[in-house]
Design a protein around this ligand. Structure first.
Ligand code: GTP
Ligand code: MG
Length: 194
């Protein structure tokens, strides 16, 4: 799919501010710095639409990106950043829970995890939360460009096991650096929004 006119439609911190549920939404969750904003930019081939940063915690609001009026990407603030206060952590938990439990037009949750490292406790909890809420999800393993090809299978097995997945089918290897995996993810998205 080629997006012609992607736009940041709304930034929101609470339910009352969300756009109407008139289009399907694909939300992105993952720990700070995992590459959520880069992922959006890579898919739509726009370098600077979603703000990225070397410093974790860049995205602080739910950012609703309208993709040619066909669907929205929802960039969710990252979790697990150590230097975040308890209050901010609670605010984050409330914001994501409110979004995930109220959005009937949420068609898929993309859970982004860093391919280089074992999933964190919070990564595992997010996946379990999606299971509990019965939200369809795919797991996008980012930064695969940083791992040698010969090591890939080992990492895939590790994720399958740690996330207690029946098979590795829900895992998608991805790199914003090389755009590897982009087409496979578009297929997932297209199958969900049509
Ligand atoms: P928050 O908004 O803080 O939650 O972070 P984020 O998940 O949106 O991460 P972001 O896209 O801002 O990327 C964080 C850093 O990782 C940036 O320096 C990116 O250039 C880098 N990065 C993201 N994806 C990749 C990737 O696939 N490969 C490599 N090598 N670097 C990446
Ligand atoms: Mg971000």
């Amino acid at each position: 799919m080629k997006v012609q006119n992607p736009k940041l439609e709304i930034t929101a911190v609470k339910l009352e501010q969300y756009p109407s549920m008139d289009k399907p939404e694909i939300a992105l969750a993952g720990r700070s710095n995992v590459g959520k904003s880069s992922f959006i930019n890579t898919l739509i081939e726009r370098k600077g639409l979603a703000r990225t940063s070397g410093q974790p915690g860049k995205t602080q609001t739910l950012n609703f990106y309208n993709m040619d009026d066909k669907f929205r990407f929802v960039d969710v603030p990252g979790y697990g950043y150590a230097k975040v206060s308890k209050t901010d952590r609670a605010r984050w938990a409330k914001m994501i829970t409110e979004y995930l439990t109220n959005r009937d037009n949420l068609v898929t949750l993309l859970l982004l995890m860093d391919f280089r490292h074992e999933p964190t406790e919070l990564d595992i909890q997010m996946k379990e939360f999606a299971d509990e809420l019965d939200i369809p999800y795919a797991i996008v393993l980012t930064k695969v460009d940083k791992i040698k090809r010969s090591q890939r299978n080992k990492h895939i097995s590790m994720f399958t096991k740690k996330l207690e997945l029946p098979t590795s089918d829900a895992l998608f290897l991805f790199s914003s650096e090389t755009a590897e995996g982009k087409e496979d993810i578009w297929e997932v998205i297209e199958s969900q929004i049509n």
